[in-house]
Design a protein around this ligand. Structure first.
Ligand code: HEC
Length: 146
């Protein structure tokens, strides 16, 4: 009697291990496409916007290239967090900097286009669409921080 009990317990243990292992395999072999609206999916969209609007000044990888004709040095966007010496990415500050409509008044001229104006006046986006686009751009910027 004792022996059989011991034996079946062992079996249960084995079955459990087997089950856990196959579950792990099933999970890891899952299609790894990120869920819609996850930060990864947002960053992927942001990357497309970045190549379209931003890379000519900030470089395809965001590290910043010199715009010879104007002699400007666009910021290295992979060091936003590091340059702030903080673990937190300054989402609001960066959103305002990219949008630029609030800052333009306070700081006078700036070297970067006022994207909030470009998106609303040239691309006819609603405020909601602009927010979405900024969110995607910021998700991308967060993904390239070193
Ligand atoms: C015409 C060139 C140009 C383009 C295009 C451009 N930028 Fe910039 N950007 C600059 C320059 C120059 C600076 C630094 C000086 C300043 O703030 O005006 C800057 C600064 C920034 C900063 C501030 C970084 C910091 O550490 O404070 C962010 C964020 C930024 N750009 C994001 C973007 C994004 C996102 C786009 C595309 C939607 C973009 N830029 C397109 C020239 C450009």
């Amino acid at each position: 009697m004792k022996n059989t009990n011991y034996f079946s317990l062992k079996n249960v243990g084995f079955l459990f291990t087997f089950f856990a292992a196959s579950l792990l395999i099933a999970i890891s072999s899952c299609d790894s496409k990120p869920p819609k609206n996850s930060r990864v999916a947002q960053a992927a969209k942001g990357k497309v916007h970045f190549q379209k609007y931003c890379s000519q000044c900030h470089g395809a990888d965001g590290t910043g290239i010199i715009v010879d004709t104007m002699g400007l040095q666009p910021a290295n966007l992979t060091k936003i967090r590091a340059s702030r010496k903080s673990d937190e990415f300054p989402i609001l500050e960066i959103a305002n900097k990219i949008d630029g409509r609030k800052m333009a008044k306070a700081h006078g001229s700036r070297d970067m286009p006022i994207w909030g104006e470009v998106f609303s006046e040239q691309e006819f986006m609603s405020e909601k669409e602009i927010k979405g686009k900024l969110g995607e751009l910021i998700a991308y910027l967060m993904s390239i921080q070193v």
